[in-house]
Design a protein around this ligand. Structure first.
Ligand code: HH2
Length: 261
């Protein structure tokens, strides 16, 4: 499945400001649905490294009309770290809580909706200041396994796990997690992977000594990692470039016996 990113923010790292206006955000959501998005992930707070906080009232103002407008047509997830915002979004029609804090399972349990647990080391404002692990794959898997157990015992039925690419991770950490996706798949829950346009792809795309390639030049890496993730067991990828990703991922999922000659 493909989850399309809809950041109703002025400052997201790759599309900040583009969909900040409600009408523009709704139009973009409808466009992603037409392009084949299975889920639209609506967020009102950037979690890019160094991002500042947003008040609860402002986050609600940003996202609720967009959630309400899209929810009758597509599955909507709400990308938030605030319980009250998640609750309000669910009331407006969201059926999946995309939780980079990994703390909001009680909201999902109370509302009977799905929950995505993502691993993050530290806080967005400081998470990229020299993150360290002894064994990043084991530590991320152990963390997510514990979160799954907590949510399970709290009564959440639909639980997703996400390694949190770029959230308190160096390029090596990100690459190791992608290489060992099988370990996440072994947790027995659907895996979500979100590499789209992230900084490590810009760094890989740049020549030696050059700054990271700008976000507009990260499509090749975004598609390659999305296809890699699906081929290695991810059930969903979270992306900005929905049309291109749907086309790429379809290659993984089409039944050769059913494909037109
Ligand atoms: N990454 C971002 C935001 N939300 N949710 C999940 N589950 N997994 C992720 O890796 C993830 C996420 C960051 O990307 P983006 O939304 O494009 O940027 P920003 O946080 O600046 O709005």
């Amino acid at each position: 499945m493909v989850m399309g990113v809809l950041n109703v923010t002025p400052d997201s790292f790759s599309d900040g400001g583009r969909w900040f206006d409600h009408d523009a955000a709704i139009a973009r959501g409808l466009e992603m649905i037409a392009q084949g998005a299975d889920v639209v992930d609506v967020g009102g707070e950037s979690t890019r490294p160094g991002a500042g906080p947003v008040s609860e009232a402002e986050e609600r103002r940003r996202i609720l009309p967009v959630v309400a407008a899209l929810a009758p047509t597509v599955r909507v997830s709400v990308d938030t770290r605030k319980a009250a915002v998640a609750e309000a979004a669910v009331e407006a029609g969201a059926t999946l809580v995309n939780d980079v804090s990994s703390m909001l399972w009680p909201v999902a349990a109370a509302a009977g909706v799905g929950w995505i647990a993502m691993h993050m080391l530290g806080e967005p404002s400081t998470m990229q200041d020299a993150p360290r692990y002894d064994d990043v794959v084991t530590e991320v898997c152990d963390f997510l396994a514990e979160r799954v157990r907590a949510a399970e015992s709290g009564g959440v039925e639909e639980i997703w796990v996400d390694p949190g690419i770029g959230f308190g991770k160096t390029m090596n950490h990100n690459l190791l997690l992608l290489r060992r996706l099988d370990r996440l798949v072994e947790l027995g829950r659907p895996v979500l992977v979100a590499t789209s346009r992230k900084n490590f792809l810009g760094r890989l795309a740049a020549g030696p000594g050059e700054p990271p390639a700008p976000v507009g030049e990260r499509l090749a890496g975004s598609l390659a990692t999305a296809v890699w993730a699906v081929a290695h067991g991810a059930a969903m990828v979270r992306v900005h470039d929905v049309a291109d990703t749907v086309q790429a991922v379809r290659l993984m999922t089409v039944d050769p016996g059913m494909a037109a000659a």
